[in-house]
Design a protein around this ligand. Structure first.
Ligand code: ARG
Length: 569
């Protein structure tokens, strides 16, 4: 039941019988309803100043007049307080309607299906070839994947794109190094680490012998020109990197619909350059081709270097157009650190100048910087955490705790995986995305307090309560859920649709993460204060239903942020 709409209707009816036509519909009134910060002030509040103008009365007068006139069987009290009309929903009715609605909608509870027929492209993770997957790419991977799931939950057609960083002169250098010092088996065995070694050696030796750089450039030119040998080595480097990354993606349950990265746009940039020229946007500047963005307070977008090489933004222009042409998106998101703010502002501005109205549908979903124990990440100095190490550590810790606390558990390895990976993903999605993250091992591996394991534990607790309670034919007595503990759980369950909606609208998965904590805390309080296995079956049925809806909703919410909670732990 939609309490807001029902209250809107009752207010409208009461107005028509007393103060007159407010010039608003029931839906308008419903939309203006607020949720008071404290339940002592009611479950919903209507700010009467919204009607002052139309009715030419003070908010307090309107609230006073309406407090006696609005009645409904689902309302236990209507109060006028300082120009607000506060509504108290009858507790048993509130519990009944909320739980029944959630139960009826099952896994879909929380989604209004508003994305049906719409497409969103989400660019996330977007790792770089020949680099190991480290915690610098954890945020984009976790946030992007959560958004991917959230948009789908709301009925959108979501397209996940891993815009691989697979272009640049460094790949020429790597091939040159490989040709000089590398061999197939070592790289095949050592994977990305071997490629990095070759690259480091190349840069060291090039200091003494600068001619090496020409060799690197020549190899890159061969990649660009499609030389078969160069391409074969380059594609092999790529597949070795991706194989490493896929192990991590598998652990995380992260998927993509496309791996079209920077090199994919190699043959798609010339048409964009021609178009920029034809539209009079390209300007020559010391031999380079730029789009002047000074009128918009930005440095120029460098499209072609003086040696004719394309740049990151050139490929992103081609990619943006390609995505529009291929997927005809309604929205195109880029989940990339805020260090690239300027890049995306430039990109969207150039698209606008090109006359593409859909530049407005593009959005940079920025997130904060990751540092490690107070210092900037640095692969070169070894000041970095690799994602597979992080995940494996978390899994090992979970495994040790299981061994200690539930040695009888079946599938210990699988459960340890679910908990360990969940702890890391939860850690990445806990804070507002724009906040910087300083990574500390003990924080990421913390299993107490507001953490993934805590929420998963609550879910498992619900599962075990339900297993003990078994089936009962008794009709729930919803007045048994009138206590403040049960009411708080019901209130949170009732709020989930709005929480999910704002997470979607703000591209902010942390709202869901926080919700899982709030619901867990409320349920645990209920669990400690109220007995579930009582003899009165209708009371037991009500508390069991509350547990069931909590469990299902915790599961839904956790899955949205990429956690896969075990039933037992
Ligand atoms: N590979 C880039 C990086 O690691 C991120 C790419 C983001 N996507 C894009 N279309 N520019 O910083």
């Amino acid at each position: 039941m939609d309490f807001k709409f029902a209250i809107g209707q009752r207010i409208l009816e009461a107005l028509n019988g007393t103060l007159g036509d407010p010039g608003l519909s029931a839906a308008d009134i419903a939309a203006a309803l607020e949720i008071p910060p404290d339940t002592a002030m009611g479950d919903f509040a209507f700010p009467c100043f919204k009607l002052s103008k139309a009715l030419r009365k003070s908010p307090a007068m309107i609230a006073d007049a309406l407090s006696g006139a609005v009645t409904a069987d689902f309302l236990s009290k209507v109060e006028s307080v300082k120009g607000y009309l506060n509504f108290f929903i009858d507790r048993a009715t509130f519990a009944e309607k909320t739980l029944r609605a959630a139960e009826a909608q099952g896994e879909k509870y929380g989604s209004d299906g508003s994305g049906a027929g719409k497409t969103v492209v989400i660019d996330y993770s977007s790792i770089n070839i020949a680099k190991r997957f480290h915690i610098g790419h954890l945020s984009t991977t976790a946030i992007g994947s959560a958004l991917y799931k959230l948009y789908k939950f709301f009925g959108w057609n979501a397209v996940g794109v891993n815009h691989l960083g697979d272009w640049g002169t460094q790949f020429g250098k790597m091939i040159a190094a490989y040709k000089r010092w590398g061999d197939h088996d070592t790289v095949a065995r050592g994977g990305v680490d071997e490629m990095v070694k070759l690259y480091v050696r190349f840069n060291e030796e090039a200091k003494a012998d600068p001619a090496l750089n020409d060799e690197g450039r020549a190899w890159f030119k061969r990649i660009e020109d499609g030389d078969p040998e160069a391409l074969e080595i380059f594609n092999w480097f790529k597949s070795v990197t991706l194989k490493d990354a896929e192990r991590v993606y598998d652990m995380l349950g992260v998927t993509f619909d496309s791996y079209a990265g920077e090199s994919f746009y190699n043959d798609k940039m010339q048409p964009v350059i021609d178009e920029l020229k034809a539209k009079g946007l390209l300007k020559e500047d010391q031999g380079a081709q730029i789009v002047d963005l000074e009128p918009y307070g930005m440095p120029p977008a460098l499209i072609l270097r003086s040696d004719g090489a394309t740049l990151y933004i050139t490929r992103d222009l081609a990619a943006a157009k390609y995505r529009k042409d291929t997927y005809n998106f309604d929205k195109s998101l880029y989940v990339v650190a805020y260090q690239q703010n300027l890049h995306f502002r430039q990109l969207f501005k150039v698209l606008e100048l090109m006359g593409y109205a859909w530049y407005k549908d593009c959005e940079h979903v920025a997130f904060g910087m990751v540092s490690y124990e107070g210092q900037a990440l640095s692969t070169r100095e070894g000041h970095v955490i690799y994602l597979d190490d992080l995940l494996n550590n978390a899994i090992a810790k979970a495994r040790a705790i299981i061994e200690e606390k539930s040695p009888e558990l079946e599938d210990k390895d699988a459960v340890a995986r679910q908990i360990g990976v969940g702890a890391v993903v939860f850690f990445a999605l806990y804070n507002n995305r724009i906040k910087d993250i300083d990574f500390w091992w003990d924080r990421a591996l913390n299993f107490d307090g507001e953490t993934g394991p805590y929420v998963m534990y609550t879910h498992a607790r619900c599962c075990s309560v339900l297993a003990k309670a078994g089936e009962t034919a008794a009709e729930p007595d919803f007045s048994a859920l009138s206590d403040p503990e049960a009411q708080e759980v019901v209130r949170l369950i009732g709020q989930f649709p709005e929480v999910a909606k704002s997470a979607l609208e703000r591209n902010e998965p942390s709202l869901i993460t926080r919700f899982t904590v709030d619901l867990s805390q409320a349920y645990n309080k209920f669990y400690y204060d109220q007995k579930i296995m009582v003899d009165e079956l209708p009371v037991r049925a009500a508390r069991t239903l509350l547990t069931k809806v909590t469990r299902d909703l915790l599961r839904t919410a956790m899955q949205l942020i990429g956690l896969n909670p075990p039933d037992r732990m």
